[in-house]
Design a protein around this ligand. Structure first.
Ligand SMILES: N[C@@H](CCC(=O)N[C@@H](CS)C(=O)NCC(=O)O)C(=O)O
Length: 202
């Protein structure tokens, strides 16, 4: 398998899960500014949608969309409990989290990286994220993870996108539970390896 990624981007969620599950995989960085790969090839030939992540499977198919890739990787290794298979209600709770993270956190925070977004248009999405943080901190409770005792793909995803609050200068101190959560996930060996491989440590 090969993961097409950009350092610190949402592709990091898939990268974490690849390492958590102990898959053998290659990494290929994508220059999102130019839409090219290191050898100059057009990334659209891999993912016509132009964004990361894309996971090239050993059978030649390419899977895209964070939530789909995470479930693909986790469902193939049910023994690791990174996901929960249907018809367990917990499976649908996990889907609930993945959809919440994708639509309420990922896309809202992600849009704030757009340099073309006028400064006057930042307050509303930031206020929305803050409301989502209120909910997240309550729902996480004692955790330690979103689904309770077990670290799942939802944690890999939330960790990845909630970390963007740092470069976006969004203060998480009103939610110490979320700060503790990020620290807890960051301490996992697979997450440390991921951060290192993406050049995001030190
Ligand atoms: N719906 C996609 C969104 C992926 C996405 O937002 N990727 C960002 C990085 S976090 C990206 O590559 N943006 C560049 C672009 O859209 O051209 C998913 O869930 O995988």
């Amino acid at each position: 398998m090969k993961l097409y990624y950009a350092p610190g981007a949402c592709s990091m969620a898939a990268h974490i899960v690849l390492r958590e599950a102990g898959y053998a995989f290659d990494l290929e960085p994508v220059d999102l500014a130019t839409g090219t790969l290191a050898d100059g090839r057009d990334y659209a030939t891999i993912n016509p949608k132009g964004y990361v992540p894309a996971l090239a499977l050993d059978n030649g198919q390419v899977l895209t969309e964070v939530a789909a890739i995470l479930q693909y990787l986790a469902d193939a290794r049910p023994d690791l409990k990174l996901s929960i298979l249907p018809p367990d209600l917990a499976h649908y709770r996990l889907l609930e989290w993945l959809n919440f993270i994708a639509t309420e956190v990922h896309k809202t925070l992600g849009g704030l990286f757009n340099p073309q977004l006028p400064a006057t248009c930042r307050a509303l999405p930031i206020a929305l994220v803050q409301r989502r943080c209120d909910w997240l901190a309550r729902a996480l409770g004692a955790g330690p993870f979103l689904m309770g005792a077990q670290f799942t793909i939802a944690d890999a995803y939330l960790f990845t996108v909630l970390n963007w609050t740092a470069p976006l200068n969004i203060d998480l101190s009103p939610w110490p539970a979320l700060q503790d959560y990020l620290g807890r996930v960051a301490a996992r060996p697979a997450v440390q390896e991921t951060l290192q491989a993406e050049g995001l440590t030190g």
